[in-house]
Ligand binder design. Structure first.
Ligand code: HEM
Length: 177
């Protein structure tokens, strides 16, 4: 067992920079893959709907955008678990511990901010809150509730996410403390 651990650790250390490259690619996909869809489709179409909430055309466009957003979030939700795999591997290979202030702060953000938000987001986009599934099940009330819940979730979490993700990149790259 110890030789397996030793050879794994050697392999990871030898390929540390490649592992960090993979980690950073997933960090970029995770951080920015839904930003254009959110800012340029979801927000304007929801605002338009809020100006005339009973207009069937605006409701149809709102629903279409929300269902497409659920689908588009798959990229982010593939990247996040891969960050949670490559990150600890980097930690092991690089000998990083929470003694490094930047890393301790990064772990606090991951556990207290990113994990709870992503768990809720997985549910809202792909599981019980998936709008397409609710529409195909013909559950109109649950569909409308899910749209409202997901919209408010995005309104509340987006500013938190923008600040904490930017700070996480700063911590990981600049290592200020
Ligand atoms: C969840 C969101 C995460 C984001 C956005 C993120 C972002 C980054 C970035 C941008 C780097 C590159 C730093 C550089 O090039 O100097 C990095 C490196 C690193 N990350 Fe993450 N990471 C995340 C999750 C994790 C997790 C869960 C862990 C470990 C438990 C982790 C551990 C590390 C380590 C050890 C490094 C290497 C630092 C170095 O060699 O300079 N990361 N991360």
């Amino acid at each position: 067992m110890s030789t397996l651990l030793a050879s794994t650790s050697d392999f990871l250390s030898d390929n540390y920079v490649t592992l960090k490259f993979i980690h950073m690619v997933f960090a970029a996909v995770w951080a920015w893959s839904t930003s254009v869809a959110y800012g340029n489709y979801l927000v304007p179409l929801f605002r338009d709907w809020q100006r005339s909430p009973h207009d069937p055309d605006r409701i149809r466009r709102r629903n279409w955008a929300m269902e497409r957003f659920d689908e588009g979030a798959k990229l982010e939700h593939i990247a996040f678990p891969l960050l949670l795999i490559t990150g600890p591997l980097l930690m092991l290979a690089g000998g990083w511990t929470p003694d490094s202030g930047w890393f301790a702060m990064k772990l606090v953000l991951i556990v207290l901010v990113f994990l709870p938000i992503e768990i809720a987001d997985f549910h809202l986009a792909h599981f019980g809150g998936n709008k397409e599934k609710l529409r195909l099940a013909g559950d109109i009330e649950a569909y409308e509730r899910a749209i409202h819940l997901h919209w408010w979730f995005l309104i509340i979490t987006t500013p938190i996410v923008i600040v904490s993700i930017t700070f996480t990149f700063y911590l990981a790259i600049v290592k200020p403390f």
